[in-house]
Design a protein around this ligand. Structure first.
Ligand code: LFR
Length: 489
């Protein structure tokens, strides 16, 4: 019997079909579709109704291939949301977290509510696009949405609602709002009161693996299919990706590598203390009561945006071409801190990189190969920095790094990451989020015992490529210079 995972990522959305036979997972991409944000005037939106359409197309493809589906689950990136009014209708068209509405919102809110208190209550790192700041920005802008809103749903909650008619908030995503209190195990009512946000918007929280209803009658009759159970999975894509890390050792470090790079370790209890606050680490809710103690790193976004910029100016390169050009460029010529806020919004990244280099007294990279090399080396070195912070904060020592997600197709980045951290990188699987989504459905159905059996089965089903560290002394020296230039030291 097959199940389906809808995984909505920044470069595309996918419907991945999963089959589990004799402890072997097989996956097949049934449907792939664009998930581009839509700029309207100054605002950056989700194309939310198109996604409902694409999900239905995925279900239709299953029908046309005579695939009987036992269940489906949906995951996507965190923090974004929509509102439902009291008639059950969508209010407005959800914003994308890279919209500029939250520029300055963090600082403005901190003047009213100290950062320390917010972190103490939620254990979530400060990123300007967190839901709490998006809501604050909507309030400051007197958005009429706030008058119309009756319920708050994160994007996968919203899509699930459109498919099932049932409204639930899923746990892993709920934690990323920075409105959830992991100590209380519920929405932080006092925090919501202080922000002037109605508690009544926030509904019951489902754990990954809970039943979340079934396809509603209207969807089934439109598509001519029987109803299918829908599960809450780790609907935060990073939660699903970490569920799919094929670790055998319970104390492991991971890097979920895609548009974002999310690096950290899994913990049983959130780590909420001064050091975690100072290092701006987060505690995002995971599968089986775990938490992801991690830090966001801007990731391949800077490369993806550079490519888009080159394309806009008439020069198209494939990712393999870009990587090949980087390999030929001079090593360690210039570094950026990929997490500088100047790289957050969509835009002309090569120009931003040049201006970062000028500001930090470096010769800016000029040609494509030099720019790509600068991005990839800087990412690998930032991984080293964050891995060391993860060890310091968690008190664990890691003997290597698990990399999962589409970014592992970039073998140069994997190899350089191993060089930068001076430890092996174990890369795989690439479809981390979708596989994590699938295994949580199988755990819910009793096909897999728990997350540890799931990880074992993933390990036996998908190849893991090992990258051993090389050129240690050059990378060690480069790391010293990187820390100085980026002022991280
Ligand atoms: C990765 C991710 C990160 C989150 C960012 C924005 O896709 O979900 O975990 O910080 O996107 O939501």
């Amino acid at each position: 019997m097959s199940i389906l995972a809808f995984d909505l990522g920044a470069s595309s959305g996918r419907a991945l079909l999963g089959r589990l036979t004799d402890r072997k997972i097989e996956v097949e991409e049934l449907h792939r579709f664009p998930n581009d944000p839509v700029q309207v005037g100054d605002r950056l939106h989700w194309d939310i109704l198109r996604l409902v359409h694409e999900i239905k197309q995925g279900l239709l493809k299953a029908k046309h291939q005579d695939i009987a589906l036992k269940s489906i689950g949906i995951d996507s990136w965190a923090v974004d949301f929509g509102f439902i009014d009291k008639n059950g209708e969508l209010v407005g068209n959800p914003y994308h977290y890279r919209d500029r509405q939250t520029d300055g919102a963090m600082e403005a809110l901190f003047a009213e509510l100290p950062a320390k208190e917010i972190f103490g209550r939620t254990g979530i790192q400060f990123l300007q696009f967190n839901t709490i700041f998006q809501l604050y920005a909507l309030k400051k802008a007197n958005s009429p949405w706030l008058q119309q809103a009756d319920r708050f749903l994160m994007i996968p909650d919203l899509l699930r609602y459109f498919l099932t008619g049932d409204m639930y908030n899923e746990f892993s995503n709920a934690t990323t709002t920075q409105l959830y209190n992991p100590i209380k195990g519920n929405w932080d009512g006092e925090l919501l009161d202080k922000l002037g946000i109605p508690q009544s918007w926030f509904g019951p929280i489902l754990q990954p693996g809970a039943s979340a209803g079934k396809l509603r009658h209207s969807v089934c009759s439109e598509l001519g299919i029987d109803s299918i159970p829908v599960y809450a999975v780790a609907e935060h894509d990073t939660g699903s990706a970490v569920a799919a890390v094929p670790a055998l050792d319970r104390s492991f470090a991971y890097l979920s590598c895609g548009t974002w790079s999310l690096m950290g370790t899994e913990v049983d209890q959130p780590v909420i203390n001064d050091l975690a606050g100072e290092l701006n680490f987060t505690n995002e809710g995971g599968v089986d009561g775990t938490f992801r103690l991690l830090k966001n790193i801007m990731g391949l976004w800077v490369l993806q945006e550079s490519r888009r910029e080159w394309e806009r100016t008439g020069k198209s390169y494939t990712f393999p071409e870009l990587v090949a050009s980087a390999e030929k460029a001079a090593p360690f010529a210039a570094f950026i801190d990929p997490d500088d806020p100047m790289f957050l919004h969509p835009g002309d990244m090569p120009a931003q990189i040049r201006s970062y280099c000028l500001q930090t007294g470096q010769q800016p990279p000029e040609d494509v190969g030099a720019i790509v090399r600068c991005i990839l080396e800087s990412l690998a070195l930032k991984y080293r920095y964050v891995l060391e912070l993860t060890e310091r904060l968690s008190g664990k020592q890691f003997n290597g790094l698990h990399m999962v997600g589409g970014g592992i197709h970039n073998t140069l980045l994997c190899a350089w990451s191993a060089n930068a951290i001076g430890k092996p990188v174990w890369a795989g699987p690439a479809e981390g989020s979708a596989i994590g989504n699938l295994v949580v459905q199988w755990i819910a159905q009793g096909e897999l015992a728990d997350i540890w059996e799931a990880r074992q089965v993933i390990r036996e089903s998908f190849p893991v490529t090992v990258y051993e560290p090389e050129n240690r002394s050059e990378w060690e020296q480069a790391y010293g210079r990187f820390l100085q230039i980026t002022r991280l030291a």
